[in-house]
Design a protein around this ligand. Structure first.
Ligand code: AMP
Ligand code: MG
Length: 316
């Protein structure tokens, strides 16, 4: 990441530059019809880790992946007749679809925070569309503001919050909607409203001629506190370990070795990029997991937050 943040125009030359920064693993803020998004190549784990670093987010939650059109969306999620109707009606637009990942999707596991589902959206803003078309790939993008601050609807908001922490801002003026996208969970069985947003639940219900399930209804498997959108390993997790016990597999970091090492050089962005993938791999062994100490600085805070939740006693 550059220490100066470039302001980029929305002409062809600017869009080409912005797409080039994304391709090189950089961070670009760009306007959508909802708010300014902070974009990174969704296939590049260290680029996605840099989003968390720039925002100073204290925890990893799954990010929405932005794509140029329906054809791109179909590469990443299982496509059903219901998905097709919703996409045809509301894309491009302020609506995100959460659906099961397709095999060979190629997205970083940090984007999905280790979940088997992903949120996808085709935004309508002409600048977002131009950038996504030029990049020709999936862009992970949460709102372009420091964690805990108000969502940015103007380039000046982004500059005030993130200047010097991201590579560029595409200056597309004020965002028209200013509300976040509506998020729908779509499976063969049902459509669930996960978040209210720019497209009303009534409009979706009118399209489907059915009422939407509300998040939390009947999902008895969820631990308290919207854990439905969080991955937890099945095995027991022991933190701050220096060495694995006999029956354990070990997640190493830096010079604390393990069955897998998050980052041998002690690089926190590399560790964040590997975190969910490695937890899944160790979890698949069925053995309890010991985890090396991770420093509580920068991205280490978000990594430790995730690990503490993984290690917390289960509800059932
Ligand atoms: P934003 O902060 O606008 O990027 O919103 C991201 C929202 O999408 C968060 O509330 C996430 O919990 C939700 N989300 C993204 N991916 C998933 C997913 N795979 N499952 C459930 N919720 C998701
Ligand atoms: Mg936000």
């Amino acid at each position: 990441m550059d220490s100066t943040t470039r302001i980029i125009a929305t002409d062809d030359d600017g869009i080409t530059q912005a797409a080039g920064i994304l391709r090189a693993g950089g961070l670009v803020a760009f306007p959508t019809e909802t708010v300014y998004g902070l974009g990174a190549d969704a296939r590049n784990g260290t680029a996605v880790a840099a989003i968390y670093e720039a925002k100073g987010r204290p925890s990893f939650n799954p990010l929405i992946v932005h794509v140029p059109d329906i054809e791109h969306a179909r590469r990443y999620i299982a496509w059903s007749e219901t998905t097709d109707r919703i996409a045809a009606a509301f894309w491009p637009g302020p609506l995100s679809i959460v659906a099961p990942l397709r095999d060979g999707h190629g997205l970083s596991s940090l984007v999905t925070a280790g979940l088997p589902t992903v949120a996808i959206r085709v935004p309508a803003h002409p600048v977002a569309r131009a950038l996504l078309a030029a990049f020709d790939g999936p862009v992970a993008a949460p709102s372009a503001n420091p964690s805990g601050r108000i969502s940015p609807t103007r380039p000046a908001h982004v500059r005030d919050g993130l200047s010097g922490r991201i590579d560029a801002i595409v200056d597309g003026g004020a965002c028209p909607v200013g509300l976040e996208s509506t998020i729908l969970g779509v499976s063969d069985q049902q459509v669930t409203l996960l978040r209210e947003g720019g497209i009303s639940a009534e409009r979706v219900e009118a399209l489907l001629a059915a009422s939407l399930h509300r998040h939390g209804e009947n999902d008895t498997l969820n631990a308290p506190g919207q854990m439905g959108s969080h991955y937890a390993p099945g095995a027991a997790v022991r933190l701050n370990a220096r060495k694995a016990a006999n029956d354990e597999v070990m997640l190493g970091f830096g010079d604390v070795p393990g069955t897998l090492n998050l980052s041998q050089s002690g690089d926190l962005a590399e560790a964040a990029a590997n975190l969910f993938e490695y937890l899944h791999r160790l979890d698949a062994t069925g053995a309890p997991i010991a985890v090396a100490p991770i420093p509580e600085t920068g991205l280490g805070r978000a990594i430790n937050d995730r690990l503490r939740r993984a290690a917390a006693p289960r509800e059932s």
